[in-house]
Design a protein around this ligand. Structure first.
Ligand code: FES
Ligand code: FE2
Length: 411
């Protein structure tokens, strides 16, 4: 693998240059393998702890590929737990709100109720259930653990790795990242995109398309004199997880709205503003593993937490693309953008400008993917071709394939 600009971290596996077969995007058996061997086995990031800061705070998230609705709740004891959102009586959906605060979850069907630790507390006409042992009929727990305020679940009855084992070297990479500084957020559940989840994820794995698809929105943000093609600066892997590090253009000229916003506070797509400089130096001082290639003009790491979360690791924001398979041809996309809480009106203005620019780039990404899905269904192509800096796409498919084929074993 060679590239005119991008450097590879030591030890990155050479995955060759062969065309990438499209069969895994189309094959029902392959999708069934993804459902069982990936989404049924590995740790999945479903939330941030800051979304449920107080005892009783909860969120409900669908995980369609597992046919699951999941309650993630902070108990009265402060511990975050996850449960199947399913009543022990006759399997009705217990909590219908997307988020809120509760002391008890009450099933709408016959009003059985559960506390925030999942224990069954109330059964109307309890005497008519002879011998009912309430202690064994709580909500069904799902394995749940937290790293750096990221909440993960695992659907396996007995996961063969702890969360930290699963994250592996990603823990050293991100342990000191000041995630908790970014506890204000904008979230968008974009809804269903009509394509296979991997087509959608691929769009967030490479930046080859920035010069073309995003020419109106990102213009010259990520290319500069030494890097005229705007290639990523550095590629590193952590088992199935990976990051591509991108530099910024010191001579970038922003549009009028972004320029105005940068006079007060920087935004996530800009390279200017004193806030960004301050944030970068405080990040450097923390000795994090972020920016593993120690790029001088580092802008952002695009870090994929296998299998379905792309974390844009910035010095003044943490943005998460969450890509949830529904079936072979449909995907649900959520975006969570976490920032520092604005303390002034001008910072708030800057954040809104930033999010507006960011949203436009996402819309550009989405439009492409549905047509690609149709083209695959039409049988137009048998392979994708990948250039050197699309190695992140290749790395993802390599690891998806290993899981689906049952080649990943632990313990
Ligand atoms: S199904 Fe929930 S109380 Fe009957
Ligand atoms: Fe894009």
């Amino acid at each position: 693998m060679t590239s005119t600009f991008m450097r590879m971290a030591p030890g990155v596996q050479d995955l060759g240059n062969d065309p990438l077969p499209v069969k895994p995007y189309l094959c029902p058996e392959f999708f069934a393998g993804e459902r069982e061997n990936i989404f049924g086995k590995v740790w999945l990031n479903v939330a941030r702890g800051c979304e449920i800061p107080n005892p009783g705070d909860f969120i409900v998230r669908p995980v369609e590929i597992r046919n699951a609705s999941v309650i993630v709740v902070r108990g009265e004891d402060g511990v975050i737990r996850a449960f199947h959102n399913v009543c022990s009586h006759r399997s009705a959906k217990v909590e219908w709100r997307a988020c809120g605060n509760a002391k008890l979850f009450s099933c709408p069907y016959h009003a059985w109720s559960y506390d925030t630790q999942g224990k069954l507390r109330g059964v109307p006409s309890e005497g008519n259930f002879p011998g009912l042992d309430k202690s064994i009929y709580g909500l069904t727990p799902i394995h749940c653990d937290t790293w750096n305020d990221l909440v993960f679940i695992n659907f396996d009855e007995a996961p063969d790795q702890t969360l930290r084992e699963y994250l592996g070297a990603l823990v050293d990479y991100g342990d000191a990242y000041p995630m908790s500084d970014f506890d204000a957020w904008i979230s968008v559940d974009v809804g269903v995109v009509n394509c296979n989840w991997k087509i959608f994820l691929d769009a967030f794995q490479e930046i080859y398309h920035l010069n073309s698809l995003h020419r109106q929105t990102l213009t010259d943000t990520f290319k500069w004199a030494d890097n005229p093609q705007g290639e990523p600066a550095y590629f590193s892997t952590f088992g199935p997880h990976r990051t591509i590090s991108m530099g910024y253009n010191p001579a970038q000229r922003s549009g009028p709205m972004a320029t105005l916003a940068q006079r007060f506070a920087s935004d996530i797509t800009s390279t200017g503003g004193s806030a960004l400089a301050n944030a970068r130096s405080s990040l450097d001082n923390r000795q994090t593993g972020i920016n593993p290639g120690r790029i001088d003009n580092w802008a952002i790491d695009v870090t994929t937490i296998f299998p379905n979360v792309v974390w844009l690791v910035g010095s003044n924001s943490a943005v998460f693309h969450k890509i949830w398979p529904i079936d072979r041809e449909h995907t649900r996309y959520e975006n969570f953008s976490f920032y520092r809480k604005p303390t002034t009106a001008s910072e708030r203005f800057s954040r809104e400008v930033s999010f507006g620019l960011f949203r436009d780039t996402i819309v550009e990404d989405i439009l492409n993917t549905e047509f690609s899905q149709q083209a695959l269904l039409a049988g137009a192509k048998k392979n994708f071709l990948l250039q050197t800096t699309e190695v992140s796409v290749r790395h993802h498919h390599h690891h998806v394939g290993r899981y689906v084929r049952g080649e990943v074993t632990h313990g």
